[in-house]
Design a protein around this ligand. Structure first.
Ligand SMILES: NC(=[NH2+])NCCC[C@H](N)C(=O)O
Length: 381
């Protein structure tokens, strides 16, 4: 239940500010894993979307076939025809979630084409198509990530009305140390690693940075990939912040352009994880997973259409699915092989088209942020 805080300065205000939510009015934010029954979710938006300003952290995360295109178009608004195609699919996704009884919340509309500057750098924005990237819910806490894309530095403002509402209703709300994002953080001498060679990253360890989408939550265990947007300093910050209740394990990524774990390693149910055999070494998973069923995803079915061709992501966003329960999973309709495999493994796939969202940053998991799932904190090891 949202409640307005008492007037500032009053004694009641001080008491209310310190009040811990009681059992009776437990937090509206509560989610410990990727599969418990989904009750409330934030879904991203396309309004205001702007092609991200040119920077090594952006360019080198794109499929090589579109690097030139995005560099050329950097800073311009996404064309209306692209937004229209993606919006139609987004509307279908929202309708499906609502039909399944999930409460859908949306960030505010923001114009990301405006230029902003800090004392050290300037940029335009990007989009709020992917709430997964910037915010993480662990139990009753919302954690805002210190993202390393300069074009994402102010994205959280679109979510602030929601986060304030959740806080007033009892959620905990934290932002990791705001990163400076000066040139010190970036490896401007970076070269795309060769396939099979050692993985190099576009960032160093200057300050803690991470994208929430580089983590997935499985109760007391979280899994992470070190990537072009998440460094070890960032992981250490999060581990220390979460404390001894949680354990973060690294899944080494074999992807030459690692960014976001949710096209590499997707937990679907207690003890069941869908993995991408091209990006992750199935034989060398952390010991915490030794009792888990590792479901090796089939290679993506080929897709066609202009939006798939100019996607920001690799074809492996096929496994960027969203679980509504430990059985029901929203999956792209263009992936019959994966859909069949999910059925064989005992899941109930809900296929809908979503490829047109790719040029805005991802698929179902990226486009959402779990706010509340029914269920409690468990140990699944
Ligand atoms: N949360 C996200 N935006 N995930 C998108 C991950 C895409 C991933 N970098 C790939 O190309 O396969």
């Amino acid at each position: 239940m949202e409640r307005d805080l008492p007037e500032t300065g009053s004694e009641a205000a001080t008491a209310a500010a310190a009040r811990m939510p009681e059992k009776a009015d437990a937090s509206p934010v509560m989610s410990y894993n990727e599969w418990d029954p989904l009750e409330e979710v934030i879904v991203g938006r396309l309004e205001g979307a702007t092609i991200p300003s040119n920077h090594i952290t952006v360019t080198y995360n794109l499929p090589p076939s579109v690097m030139g295109l995005y560099r050329l178009a950097a800073g311009f608004k996404y064309p209306g025809w692209m937004k229209k195609l993606a919006q139609k699919e987004l509307d279908g996704f929202i309708a499906l979630l609502e039909a399944e009884g999930v409460k859908v919340r949306r960030p505010e509309i923001m114009d990301f084409s405006k230029k902003y500057r800090t004392p050290n750098w300037s940029s335009r924005g990007f989009t709020i198509a992917c709430p997964r990237d910037g915010y993480m819910v662990v139990g009753d806490e919302i954690i805002e990530s210190p993202m390393c894309w300069r074009s994402r530095h102010f994205e959280q403002e679109a979510y602030r009305p929601l986060f304030k509402e959740y806080f007033k209703a009892g959620a905990r709300w934290t932002s990791a140390p705001r990163p400076q994002l000066t040139d010190d953080l970036y490896r401007y001498d970076y070269k795309l690693p060769k396939k099979g060679g050692p993985i190099e990253y576009t960032i160093n360890e200057f300050e803690p940075v991470f994208d929430a989408a580089d983590f997935v939550r499985c109760g007391r265990d979280l899994f992470v990939t070190v990537s072009n947007v998440t460094n070890r300093f960032g992981i250490a910050w999060l581990q220390r912040h979460l404390g001894h209740t949680y354990r973060i394990h690294e899944i080494p990524s074999l992807c030459t352009q690692p960014m976001h774990i949710d096209s590499t390693f997707m937990p679907l149910a207690p003890g069941k994880v869908l993995v991408n055999p091209d990006y992750c070494d199935v034989e060398n998973l952390p010991p915490a997973l030794k009792r888990w069923d590792v479901l090796v995803a089939p290679r993506p079915d080929p897709v066609s259409g202009i939006m798939a061709k100019i996607s920001m992501c690799s074809p492996w966003t096929s496994i960027n699915v969203l679980s509504l329960t430990e059985k029901k999973v929203v999956v792209d309709a263009s992936q019959p092989t994966l859909i069949r495999a999910l059925k064989d493994w005992g899941f109930e796939p809900l296929p809908i088209p979503f490829l047109a969202y790719g040029p805005f940053g991802g698929a179902f998991h990226c486009a959402t942020l779990d706010i509340r799932r029914r269920g409690t904190l468990e140990d699944y090891t």
